[in-house]
Write a protein that binds this ligand. Structure first.
Ligand SMILES: O=P(O)(O)OC[C@@H](O)[C@@H](O)c1c[nH]c2ccccc12
Length: 384
């Protein structure tokens, strides 16, 4: 088993899925086991799936992955082959200790900004684990105060206000728009959002591209703000979810353009164990179809912005909901309209398309008073 786990790639959580499945149901992966995995991740450069030994046995104890997926993972295909077969265009380099030059010699330059972000994230995750081993991160997560109900807060706010519940984003900068706010005080902004009726807050934690931080997340959580918090991160590894929980996050973002189905399933399971909500982000039809085929999904975000090209088009939400609205309603999934919302008309447009919540950053954070900007965005005051 150990050798199989060692052969798994950095960034994929599959090895951890095996560890989770090996643990009794309803438990977290055993820390000792996961710590071993982490060590293995840091040392080995694995590109291929492992031998066909006990993995089927181990995963058979859990009902997460389906048989077809297991066969795929057992086939010896690379992580990138598996991802590509699901329509995922973002590749992993799986070489967290290699230089960018070496990586580019093998894979060429990143195809787009999202791929670049993920390549950096692979390195960042492993460097982070070298500083703070997973066992410690898990222990910190276990000690965090209980999580708040992110999903429930959205549902209640939608019912109360009759307009989509607001997830207001604490966002200093982005690769597409540059610095949005020079004098950036995350706690002040968070408090202003809460005071003006935001149901939940989203805190960017990526440092390199969004000038966010886990410190910001922690600061907001300990500032007295009561809204549930989304950790807005490029999650590729379980340790980021534990870390988010340890800093007080109540929800995490999972990006379907980046994560193969099995990772989404495993991370969803982990969120459940930690009492967190997973917001699963899709941008196109293929991603929506994949996500709708995953059991246990409660919250889907439709990003109007392509993270590959930066093109923003709110008609994307409408198009995807026209095609998939029936099955979304049948499954009782709540949909969040994300990005590029500036006016009451924009909000009404995505509401008519079928969203019950919106995720808004730029149009609020750019204004002098981000709290008061909320009434401007909705055309009315929101109440708590
Ligand atoms: O600032 P905007 O256009 O209102 O967008 C907010 C939010 O949707 C955006 O920040 C976002 C959506 N999905 C993401 C994934 C990663 C980073 C950022 C995002």
């Amino acid at each position: 088993m150990e050798s199989l786990l060692i052969s798994r790639s950095v960034g994929s959580s599959f090895a951890a899925a095996a560890a989770a499945a090996a643990a009794p149901r309803g438990c977290l992966p055993r820390p000792s086991r996961v710590a071993t995995l982490t060590g293995a991740h840091a040392r080995v450069r694995p590109l291929r799936a492992g031998p066909k030994d006990s993995i089927l046995e181990v995963l058979a104890q859990d009902d997460m992955p389906n048989a077809a997926e297991l066969v795929q993972w057992e086939s010896g295909k690379s992580v990138n082959d598996i991802a590509a077969s699901q329509g995922i265009r973002i590749r992993r380099h799986c070489r967290p200790t290699a230089s960018l030059k070496e990586i580019e010699e093998e894979l060429g330059a990143p195809h787009n900004i999202l791929e670049k972000i993920i390549w950096d994230k692979e390195i960042e995750v492993v460097e982070g684990l070298a500083k703070k081993p997973l066992k410690e991160v898990m222990e910190a997560a276990a000690k965090a105060p209980p999580s708040r109900d992110f999903y429930g807060a959205l549902e209640a706010a939608y019912k109360r206000n009759g307009v989509p519940a607001l997830i207001a984003e604490v966002k200093k900068a982005s690769p597409s728009r540059g610095v949005l706010r020079e004098n950036f005080n995350p706690v002040e902004i968070a408090k202003a959002y809460e005071k003006n009726g935001a149901a939940c807050l989203s805190i960017l934690t990526d440092e390199k591209y969004f000038q966010g931080s886990f410190e910001n997340l922690e600061k907001v959580r300990t500032s007295g703000v009561k809204c549930p918090l989304l950790c807005k991160e490029f999650v590729i590894d379980k340790c980021q979810i534990y870390n988010a929980r340890s800093k007080g996050a109540d929800a995490v973002l999972l990006i379907a353009a980046v994560l193969p189905d099995l990772d989404i399933k495993y991370f969803l399971q982990l969120c459940k164990e930690l009492g967190m909500t997973a917001l699963i982000e899709v941008h196109d039809e293929r991603e929506m179809e994949r996500v709708l085929n995953i059991n246990g999904v409660k919250l889907i975000g439709i990003n109007n912005r392509s993270l590959e090209t930066f093109v923003v088009d709110t008609a994307n939400t409408k198009m995807l909901l026209e095609k998939h609205g029936d099955s979304i309603r049948e499954k009782g999934i709540l949909v969040v309209g994300e990005s590029g919302l500036f006016t009451p008309d924009d909000v009404a447009y995505v509401q008519n398309a079928g969203v019950s919540a919106v995720l808004v950053g730029e149009s609020l954070v750019k204004q002098e008073d981000p709290g008061r900007a909320i009434a401007g965005l909705f055309g009315k005051e929101l109440v708590h």
